[in-house]
Design a protein around this ligand. Structure first.
Ligand code: SAH
Ligand code: DHB
Ligand code: MG
Length: 217
């Protein structure tokens, strides 16, 4: 990655500093010796600003990991706000729960453990929607199915954001199922009359990627 892009990202980080809770979440990744697949600090801040912009009170997230993006989004909510986040991996979820407890955000954040494709129908059936904002960031092959569930859990004006929608299109080392999943998602977005969408290209410490930014019509 171009050094300029990384330097600029690091410069932006020095302007808008990571708070204690986010530092704690980032440290929990290195403490567990895991590869950091969280959004970057700047991307997390972008999510925070988006959530504030849409006045979100109810947010749904697919793919918690250790809760870095979850914390960014939860911090944008009012005190009576709700964030429902779904994570498949129990050890990731255990670390995330500790991070939510440490941040004092465990009354706002409700984590459901299991496969998103199994939990989404239960959320719909229980009438827990519609959500004001939905962040899709779990496994990539079923992104198109996640998009369809996101639509069912939306109202006109809901903001849907999806992470990692560019890297897998261009990275030759990506697996075929991830590339196909992301390409299917992007095509569906572009063709859907239910939404108006764009993709914002990202550069910086997390290499080259993109986020889809989608408003429900
Ligand atoms: N949103 C997080 C990063 C999520 S990484 C952040 O930016 O901080 C993707 C996560 O999705 C991983 O923790 C992985 O365990 C989880 N995941 C993978 N497959 C899943 C599935 N089928 N359902 C729910 N979560 C899944
Ligand atoms: C991976 C997942 C992500 O959501 C991400 O932003 C980066 C990497 C991964 O599974 O490798
Ligand atoms: Mg991601």
């Amino acid at each position: 990655m171009n050094d300029l892009f990384k330097s600029a990202d690091i410069y932006i980080d020095t302007l808008f500093q990571e708070d204690r809770d986010l530092k704690n979440a980032a440290a929990s990744v290195s403490a567990a010796n895991m590869h950091d697949i969280s959004v970057s600090h700047n991307q997390g801040r972008f999510l925070y600003v988006l959530a504030r912009l849409c006045g979100a009170k109810k947010i749904l997230e697919l793919g918690t990991f250790v809760g870095y993006s979850t914390l960014c989004l939860a911090k944008a909510l009012p005190k009576d706000g709700q964030l429902l986040t779904i994570e498949f991996d129990e050890s990731n979820a255990a670390i995330a729960q500790k991070n939510f407890d440490a941040a004092g955000l465990n009354t706002i954040i409700d984590m459901r453990i299991g496969k998103a494709i199994d939990i989404l129908p239960a959320i719909a059936a229980a009438g827990e929607g519609p959500f004001d904002m939905i962040f899709i960031d779990a496994d990539k092959p079923p992104y198109a199915e996640y998009f369809q569930w996101a639509l069912r859990l939306s109202r006109p004006g809901t903001l849907i954001v999806a992470d990692n929608v560019i890297r897998h299109v261009f990275d030759p080392s990506t697996s075929d199922d991830k590339r196909a999943g992301v390409e299917r998602f992007n095509k569906l977005l572009a063709e859907s009359s239910a939404v108006t969408a764009t993709i914002v290209q990202n550069v910086g410490v997390k290499e080259h990627d993109g986020m889809a930014i989608v408003v429900v019509n």
